[in-house]
Design a protein around this ligand. Structure first.
Ligand code: ADP
Ligand code: MG
Length: 560
């Protein structure tokens, strides 16, 4: 009971920090059970891992909000935000008096490990830095933290009495409406929708918060592309539908092209109310492709884009430890298609020009047999015709894509206009390029060798912020994987790589392995990625596309 935990902690006052070890196990705190899964070895180590378990009856969540996986994700997200708020309000602030936190979500609603709605309990997974004076235990502060702060946190964040039921319902309703709309896109022949009134620009380059409403021009759909969706909640959303096929976004510099594309990239995840992108929703396989020179690639078929290289290497089975701009973009594209992308999102700002286009004069000067690259402009239509892969592309610097565009959206001072007819009138070869026979026919199965995803001494992979995974002495650089939005997703990816390494049997290919892993997460929850039971650490679910992206950037990957 809480009093005995208090007296235990008080008796530890002044002892060496390692004595905190005896906290391991379960303690009754009154409003919650505290499960202490991992105790930090010293005050400078990562915080201890603890869980608060509140019985379902005490949480008393409305049954109709938690009866589906999507509902549980939204409810858990809501409770996580409340717990983070309560921890901030009541927690001590600093190492001496200790610290309590829970993984804080950003602007997206993602499936997370921070709060889990289980059969019998609602569980919050906390990070608790236990109070220290030097390397000694501060028993009284620890007692306050564990027997006063944590019960209060449990009551405020997880108990029914403090629940703002209307806010919870609104949160879940928005989430369900968003997923419903996203699920309707395919049958409507759309790859994305951008809602009228949406605030696309962010406050700054390093912030994901919306630009002040006073400064931002709200999105407004051109009439010819306008679509309306009825939502399960009964409301309707109107906005610009981006159809399947080839869509080119044009406009002067600084007129908002990249901002629109970036919002579409992020529309794979639902955003919270007030974000400005609530009604920007994109098919969940859509993948951003960019140049990323210096990256590694392993056994990728880039032959539709790049033929015989001066080095003599076979581009149907292309491997490099140091890709060029164009080969990296070709590899990223081929990998995205392998991972199941039916929509590609490409910005001129982050593309290799020679991968994208080649103009008439260059075609005249450099004969085709001296140029290994077939530019994307010549492959964008076969990609759609042969593989059903659509492209949304920002191209403000070249009209070459007018020949191949199904629709052209022009941005003028952040306002979208349908410029398809004007662009078509300017097209030089309105019939588009001709190709002799299919170019995307080859279907390469890439089968990882067992143990090739664990370098060196087989240490577990560890996330370093959002953009990197460290594995022994090698680093997997994910900075260019722009649809990876949260460091907790990167933490999940690190575990996913280890699980994939365990699964690799020399028979199953990359796609089969990742599908199997995703099916396991669907069945067992995100906790399944963790190597141990109890508190799994802070994870958020990445898409299968990002699992592919991490695996494909692994420098140790070897194929059978
Ligand atoms: P482009 O890609 O066309 O050169 P960007 O998308 O990079 O332009 O936008 C240029 C600037 O305009 C950025 O600072 C961006 O935040 C801002 N911006 C974009 N869209 C809007 C908008 N709808 N309202 C206000 N500012 C915007
Ligand atoms: Mg731009």
């Amino acid at each position: 009971d809480p009093r005995s935990l208090r007296s235990t902690l008080e008796s530890l006052d002044g002892r060496g920090y390692a004595s905190y070890k005896q906290l391991r196990g379960r303690h009754d705190l009154g409003p919650a059970t505290l499960a202490v899964d991992h105790v930090q070895v010293d005050p400078y180590a990562p915080p201890s891992l603890m869980r608060l378990l509140v019985p379902r009856e005490a949480a008393d969540l409305p049954a109709d909000l938690v009866d589906t996986a999507a509902g549980r994700t939204a409810v858990a997200d809501f409770l996580t935000r409340r717990a983070a708020e309560a921890a901030r309000r009541h927690g001590p602030d600093g190492r001496d008096a200790g610290e309590v936190s829970i993984n804080r979500p950003g602007q997206e609603v993602l499936e997370r490990t921070s709060v889990v709605i289980g059969e019998t309990h609602v569980e919050a997974r906390l990070h608790v830095a236990l109070p220290a004076a030097g390397r000694r235990i501060r028993g009284r502060d620890a007692a306050t933290l564990l027997t006063e702060v944590l019960p209060r946190l449990a009551e405020e964040a997880l108990h029914h009495d403090a629940l703002d039921a209307a806010a919870l319902r609104a949160h879940v309703t928005l989430h369900r409406d968003q997923l419903h709309l996203r699920g309707r896109l395919a049958e409507a022949g759309l790859v994305a929708v951008v809602g009228d009134g949406a605030i696309l620009p962010r406050r700054s380059g390093d912030s994901d918060l919306p630009m002040d409403a006073a400064d931002a021009v709200p999105f407004s759909s051109p009439e010819s592309l306008r679509v309306t969706f009825e939502l399960p909640s009964g409301s309707t959303v109107t906005g610009m539908g981006i159809p399947e096929g080839v869509t080119v976004i044009v406009g002067g510099g600084y007129h908002g092209k990249s901002t629109l594309l970036r919002a579409v990239e992020r529309g794979i995840h639902p955003h919270i109310a007030g974000d400005g992108r609530e009604w920007v929703l994109t098919r969940d396989d859509a993948t951003a492709i960019r140049a990323e020179d210096g990256r590694a690639a392993t056994g990728v078929d880039i032959s539709p884009f790049i033929g015989d290289l001066p080095s003599g290497s076979d581009t149907r089975d292309f491997s490099t430890t140091n890709a060029s701009g164009s080969t990296s973009q070709a590899a990223g594209l081929a990998e995205a298609v392998e991972a199941g992308a039916k929509t590609l999102l490409i910005d001129e700002d982050t593309s290799a020009t020679n991968f994208m286009i080649r103009d008439e004069r260059m075609r005249a000067l450099i004969p085709a047999d001296r140029e290994p690259i077939t530019p994307f402009v010549d492959r964008i239509r076969p990609l759609h015709a042969e593989r059903g892969v659509s492209t949304v592309l920002v191209a403000g610097g070249s009209g070459a894509f007018f020949d191949v565009a199904d629709q052209v959206i022009a941005l003028d001072s952040y306002l979208a206009r349908d410029a398809t007819a004007e662009a078509r009138a300017l097209a030089e070869h309105p019939e588009g390029p001709t190709t002799a026979g299919p170019v995307f026919a080859g279907e390469r199965r890439r089968v990882p060798q067992p143990s090739s995803l664990r370098s060196g001494r087989g240490k577990p992979a560890k996330a370093r912020g959002r953009t990197a995974i460290q594995q022994d002495r090698t680093t997997i650089d994910l900075a260019a994987v722009s649809q990876l939005v949260d460091p907790a997703q990167t933490a999940a990816l690190a575990h996913a790589l280890d699980r994939l390494d365990e699964m690799a049997d020399g028979r199953r290919d990359v796609v089969e392995l990742i599908e199997t892993l995703c099916a396991r997460i669907d069945a067992e929850g995100l906790d399944a990625l963790s190597p141990h039971r109890g508190h799994p650490g802070a994870m958020a679910r990445p898409r299968r596309q990002e699992i592919h992206a991490a695996l494909n950037r692994h420098r140790g990957l070897r194929l059978s």
